[in-house]
Design a protein. Structure first.
Length: 297
């Protein structure tokens, strides 16, 4: 009876983790809307939104601050992921930047393989290939391979994105503290734009405030609660639903049309998540049947 209760509790923890990560994807997906409606420079938008996020953390969340090498490394990885992605978007197409950034899944598997000193299991390779294929199909109309530097920066962003998932899933991590550190670093470039502060419109202040609260504050609280319950690769897959939600908001607010292959890409992306969850459950069931079992991660 006790063993059954333990399994039920573990399953409940996983399901809760999936929901928190889904919330992360939804919150992240509004970033493009808030940015596109704002006429201010990207660095200023990022700096003020990050400052708002920091105030949100201190006033509303009031987290326990924990500093360690792991926490600092995750915070720096998060910042570098964001800044390289910003420049990638300027130097290549939006579709290419997003697709290449989500190479992060392959990097998560690589980091785990290096740490565990073994080749990633076949099921991880399967879901990564399936998910990346879905991304490529989803953005097939807007992919561009002509802008080499932008594409390289998007891959670098993916490496840091994967590192962020990998580090924050480790025991002793503090995703909220790492996020706060990343926000603090993001505020610094905004100092160069101080002369523009008096010219910011009330609507733009509202957009940056909403971005800080939703896309940084709430998103990272959801991420922090989800990443501690779910394996890094699975977490990366679930948050990838951001790329499905974001065009949906663009369609609603800006009447931007979906690409011709968006539906097929969506099916592949969601299919990769379902396949991964099913295979994970089979591994857990097989593991539970063994007296001693190390779950394949």
């Amino acid at each position: 009876m006790g063993e059954m209760r333990g399994r039920a509790a573990a399953a409940a923890q996983l399901n809760t983790g999936y929901l928190w990560l889904l919330g992360t994807a939804v919150a992240w997906s509004f970033s493009g809307v808030f940015t596109k409606l704002n006429g201010q420079p990207g660095f200023l938008i990022s700096a003020i939104a990050s400052l708002v996020a920091l105030l949100f953390y201190f006033i509303v969340i009031r987290p326990t601050i924990r500093i360690s090498r792991l926490v600092v490394a995750a915070g720096i990885a998060s910042y570098l992921m964001g800044i390289t992605f910003t420049y990638a978007n300027k130097l290549t197409s939006v579709g290419s930047a997003i697709v290449l950034q989500y190479s992060s899944m392959a990097f998560v598997a690589l980091y785990e393989a290096i740490e565990q000193r073994r080749i990633p299991p076949a099921r991880k390779v399967l879901v990564i290939v399936m998910a990346l294929a879905g991304m490529v199909v989803f953005f097939l109309d807007s992919l561009s391979f002509e802008h080499v530097l932008g594409n390289l920066l998007a891959i670098v962003s993916g490496a840091f994105f994967g590192l962020m998932f990998f580090l924050n899933a480790k025991p002793g991590s503090s995703p909220v503290t790492s996020s706060m550190l990343s926000c603090a670093i993001s505020v610094l470039p905004g100092l160069f734009f101080l002369p523009r502060i008096p010219h910011i419109l009330p609507r733009e202040w509202a957009l940056m405030t909403a971005s800080g609260i939703v896309c940084s504050g709430l998103a990272n609280v959801c991420f922090a609660r989800g990443i501690t319950r779910v394996q890094p690769l699975t977490a990366n897959l679930i948050t990838m639903l951001e790329v499905v939600f974001a065009p949906t908001w663009a369609f609603i607010f800006f009447h931007e049309r979906f690409g011709r292959f968006a539906l097929a890409g969506t099916v592949l992306i969601i299919g990769s998540i379902i396949v991964n969850l099913v295979l994970e459950q089979r591994e857990r069931d097989a593991c539970a049947a063994q007296p001693v079992c190390e779950a394949a991660r």
